[in-house]
Ligand binder design. Structure first.
Ligand code: ADP
Ligand code: ZN
Length: 436
């Protein structure tokens, strides 16, 4: 078990002390935002809360929420809390669910973000002797710049590969003996598949760990990637609105991601009523940035659905852990009245021995929803007879029905016929939206 931390004092701080630290920072931050962000001041005034009403973390619930629509409304600089001249960087969301929003950073904000990523790299076993291959996209997307900065802070040799050009990724991984791989889990799976096709065995690479995030992935997917690359695969979570990746990261226990609570206060709310839920209940994750200067969002609704636990972790870190988000509340499909998360389908596919190459299509015919799941066959499965394949489709359809409660139509398709992802995978096509 690794006992290593990037910032031991903070990462292992007793929880009462951590709460005091959060409270002090929160009081200061609420005042800062009230004084410098007219949009949020108006929201506070409307809800009848003044900065003096917030004396600590226990008063957080009094503050109004911010959601993505507020950020779209105030685009580009309506949330700016310092003079623009004090900012040194802009990043932007991937735009997975609509118009992109932008975030702005002072040097202080960049430093704290990069420290969060450094904590994640060290938790995955990274040191100055490691070679960190970053194949998240660089540019406006936060993945590349975040892990790049974290890797520098750790003192590792950083390979700023960005995403794509898998041939070159593999060449550099082998020639430069990369030890830690950072990318989306879907791209990690693709790299694993590509290595195998080139005749490499998992033990042929020097990788020991991977830091994968930016999209939902299942435990089954983790096992698959760990096996194909011969590594330990760690989850990392974040969003542009709070900085980028590194808001939370997995430790050696691989059992929930520690949230960097010295910078972010996490709450779980009921997405319908906005009511704060007790620890252990599943709901929407809400973050308050208590340290950021330029873009300090208070009570930002992430739309990600998960569970928090402050139970002691064997790694020694005291910061609260979040479960893997099941997906965003707006990723959830309602099909024939049943709530379906794409991750549930992924779990079944991988359990049944299929590779994580699939596409989910939802449509509506004669007022009834249809669910089609396209799953790629491995080359050795493809040689089976037509009746054999039909039987496999039927079996998979039954397993998915057992998980979801509704029957999908399963289509087993030829190897390589489903597009691979180099960044965030797009796995769901909901055609009902086009008809509405
Ligand atoms: P966009 O909202 O356009 O995708 P971001 O690039 O900022 O913008 O992505 C942040 C979102 O990515 C999070 O809100 C979450 O839904 C998803 N995400 C990030 N990391 C993870 C992770 N480890 N597991 C599941 N989802 C994740
Ligand atoms: Zn831990």
């Amino acid at each position: 078990m690794s006992q290593r931390y990037f910032n031991k004092e903070i990462e292992t701080m007793p929880r009462e002390q951590l709460k005091r630290l959060q409270s002090e920072k929160l009081v200061r931050q609420v005042r800062h935002v009230y004084d410098h962000v007219p949009y949020y001041r108006a929201l506070m005034d409307e809800s009848g809360v003044s900065p003096d009403d917030v004396k600590g973390v226990d008063d957080l619930y009094k503050l109004p929420f911010i959601s993505k629509s507020d950020l779209r409304e105030t685009y580009p600089y309506g949330m700016l809390a310092v003079p623009l001249a004090d900012c040194v960087r802009i990043q932007s969301t991937s735009g997975t669910t609509g118009k992109r929003v932008i975030a702005y950073y002072t040097q202080h904000d960049i430093d704290l973000w990069e420290e969060c990523c450094a904590r994640a790299i060290v938790a995955a076993g990274g040191t100055k002797d490691d070679v960190v291959q970053v194949c998240y996209g660089y540019g406006l997307f936060t993945g590349g710049p975040g892990l790049n900065g974290g890797s520098h802070k750790v003192g590792s040799l950083t390979l700023p590969m960005s995403s794509g050009n898998t041939e070159r990724q593999i060449q550099f991984m082998m020639d430069l003996k990369a030890t830690i791989l950072c990318c989306t889990p879907s791209y990690a799976a693709y790299i694993g598949e590509s290595l195998k096709e080139r005749g490499y065995k998992p033990e042929d690479n020097c990788l020991k760990a991977g830091i994968f995030g930016a999209e939902p992935w299942t435990e089954e997917m983790r096992r698959d990637i760990q096996k194909s690359l011969g590594i330990k695969a760690y989850d990392i979570y974040g969003l542009t609105e709070t900085s980028g990746p590194g808001v939370a990261f997995e430790c050696c226990e691989q059992h929930g991601m520690h949230i960097n609570e010295d910078h972010f206060i996490a709450e779980i709310i009921d997405p319908d009523t906005g009511e704060v839920l007790p620890e252990g209940e599943k709901g929407e994750l809400v973050f308050t940035s208590i340290d950021k200067e330029a873009f300090p969002l208070l009570r930002y609704r992430t739309r990600d659905i998960c569970v928090l636990t402050s139970e002691k972790c064997a790694c020694g870190r005291t910061h609260i852990r979040m479960s893997k988000p099941m997906g965003r509340s707006d990723d959830m499909l309602i099909i024939r009245g049943v709530n379906v998360f794409p991750s549930q389908i992924e779990t079944v596919l991988l359990k049944e021995g299929y590779a994580p190459n699939y596409r989910i299509e939802v449509d509506r015919f004669n007022n009834s929803d249809t669910l089609d799941v396209f799953v790629e066959l491995a080359p050795e499965q493809f040689s089976d007879t037509v009746s054999g394949i039909t039987a496999m489709e039927r079996k998979l359809s039954e397993s998915i029905k057992t998980m979801l409660g509704i029957q999908p139509k399963v289509h087993l398709v030829a190897p390589k016929s489903i597009e691979r992802s180099e960044g965030k995978a797009v796995r769901v096509i909901d055609r009902r939206k086009l008809h509405d």
